[in-house]
Write a protein that binds this ligand. Structure first.
Ligand code: SAM
Length: 243
């Protein structure tokens, strides 16, 4: 049946995502710097600066992986605040925890293995939720957005940092060539894994564009939604509030 087919396709995607991140975990940070020429640091910095997070607040860094955002939030919220790094993948969580411990980021950070589609937190709990390069990998995005909405406090905000659709054609073509032909080669050379980086290119192409994601956030209940294109729309930061 149609339903049966969908179920298989969904669990296949989740298995694939699990394989990809178990495989790339050890080389994840190095590959990020190589593939984006270090620009991911700028995108993440901008996300932090747009977060409005203050001392004493509670932040969820969802699909937090190796914890780049968690490390920055940990400093922002201070001793009286709390940052939860949640990720579905045990290998990524392990890398994240080791890295942050080595950086001396401890005390106000906790680590939770969780699926974004069914967050194990109380209602109205977080002041801010970020999901950075994570939503693309989630199978049921509507379910995940609804789950984020539930655990966000009234007045809280969601920030989605994700690959999006380049805003003009020549850039779009160059970017396609880069992601489908060059990325897998870098993946093969550095991480001995071309396949995972082929998945990356495909998942970027399949991901909803700026307006579609904004509409999905509205459907989940978020208000005052907006987005900001970076690097010509290769990446966009979406923001929405729960009132
Ligand atoms: N946020 C980090 C960053 O910006 O560098 C890591 C991003 S990494 C590309 C994507 C992460 O999403 C992986 O660590 C993966 O395990 C996680 N992920 C994938 N599906 C997930 C899900 N359903 N729930 C929670 N995390 C998920």
């Amino acid at each position: 049946t149609h339903f049966g087919f969908q179920t298989v396709a969904k669990s296949e995607k989740a298995d694939k995502v699990a394989d990809v991140f178990h495989s790339v975990a050890a080389k994840y940070d190095l590959m990020n710097d190589l593939m984006s020429f270090g620009i991911h640091r700028v995108w993440k910095r901008f996300t932090i600066d747009s977060s409005g997070v203050r001392r004493g607040q509670r932040v969820l860094d969802l699909a937090g992986g190796t914890g780049d955002l968690t490390a920055k939030f940990s400093r922002l919220v201070g001793e009286t605040g709390q940052v939860v790094l949640a990720d579905i993948n045990s290998s990524m969580l392990k890398m994240g925890r080791e890295k942050l411990r080595n950086l001396g980021v401890t005390g106000n950070v906790s680590y939770v293995q969780a699926n974004a589609e069914a967050l194990p937190f109380p209602d109205n709990y977080f002041d801010c939720i970020t999901i950075s390069f994570g939503l693309r990998n989630v199978t049921e995005k509507e379910k995940a957005l609804a789950s984020m909405f539930r655990v966000l406090k009234p007045g809280g905000r969601l920030l989605v940092l994700e690959f999006s659709k380049p805003v003009f054609d020549p850039l779009s073509k160059a970017y396609d060539t880069y992601s489908f032909h060059i990325l897998p080669r870098i993946g093969q050379l550095v991480a001995k894994d071309a396949e995972s980086y082929r998945y990356l290119a495909e998942s970027i192409r399949m991901h909803p564009d700026q307006e579609t994601l904004k509409a999905m956030m509205n459907d989940a209940g978020f208000e005052n939604t907006s987005y900001y294109n970076m690097t010509g729309g290769i990446v966009a930061l979406h923001r929405g509030f729960k009132f």
